[in-house]
Ligand binder design. Sequence first.
Ligand code: ADP
Ligand code: MG
Ligand code: MG
Length: 252
Amino acid sequence: TALLEIKGLHAEIAGGRKIIQGLDLTVNKGEIHAIMGPNGAGKSTLSYVLAGKPGYEITAGEVYLNGEDLLAMSADERAAKGVFLAFQYPMEIPGVATLTFLRAAFNAQRKARGEAELSSPDLIKRVREIAKTLNIDADMLKRPLNVGFSGGEKKRNETLQMALLQPSLCVLDETDSGLDIDALKVVANGVNALRSAERGMIVITHYQRLLDYIVPDIVHVFAAGRIVRTGGKDLARELEATGYAQYQSEAA
Ligand code: ADP
Ligand code: MG
Ligand code: MG
C-alpha cells in the first residue's frame, strides 16, 4: 500500500523562485526509491518540503502520508508521524551534546504520539547499542552535535538518529557525500538494517556507488524540478555512463 503519494507538486523558495515543478511520486511500504539528478535540480528542496522546513511555498499539488494530508502538518507533526530527513549538510549545534539531542528528539516524538518517555538509562542503553553497530565512539555522543565531526561522523550520526527514531519514511539526502568507502559501508549497513516491509525510503544521490550498497527497488531521474524518467536499479548504472545532460535539455 502507498506510504507516500506526491501528486502534481509545485513548490518555490520564499521569494518566488520555482524549484519543484510538477512532481509525481508514489512510494509504497517496503520500497526503496533512489532519486538521482544533476546539481541544483531541486532534490534537497524536495526533501525539505517533505520534512516541512520553513521557507518554502507549495503553490500546487498534494502530498499524502498513509493517506493523511502531509502538507497540512507542522514539521513536528510530520516527525511524530515518522517522517525523517537525514540532511545533506547536518546542522552543527555547539551548545547541545549529541546524546542530549538524541534524547530530546526521541522523547519529543514519543510525546507527540502520546507515549511515555523512555527512562534515561534505557535510552542511553539503546543509543549505545545502535552507536556500536555504526562504529560510533561513546565519547562522540558527549560532544556537541556535529561540531567538529568529520563528514563520515556526521553521516553516521544521522544514521544513528534514524535507527533510534525508527521512521516510517526515511529521506536520505546525499548520505554518501563526504564518506570514504569504509564509512559508506558502515552507513549503508545501518540503512539496510532499517529496511522493512512497513518502511519506505527515498535515497537521494548523485552517484551510482551508494546504490551498490543500498540497492533500490526503483530509480528516478530528477531534473528541472520533476521526475523525468523512472526505471529499475540498472538505470543508475546507465546514468553513471551517460550522465544527466540529455535529461537537463529535455526538461528545459
Ligand atoms: P539539489 O539538491 O538538487 O542540488 P537544491 O534543492 O539544493 O538542488 O537547489 C535547487 C535550486 O534552488 C538551486 O538552483 C539552488 O541554488 C536554489 N536554492 C536552494 N536554496 C535556495 C535559497 N534558500 N534561496 C535561493 N535559491 C535557493
Ligand atoms: Mg546538490
Ligand atoms: Mg542537494
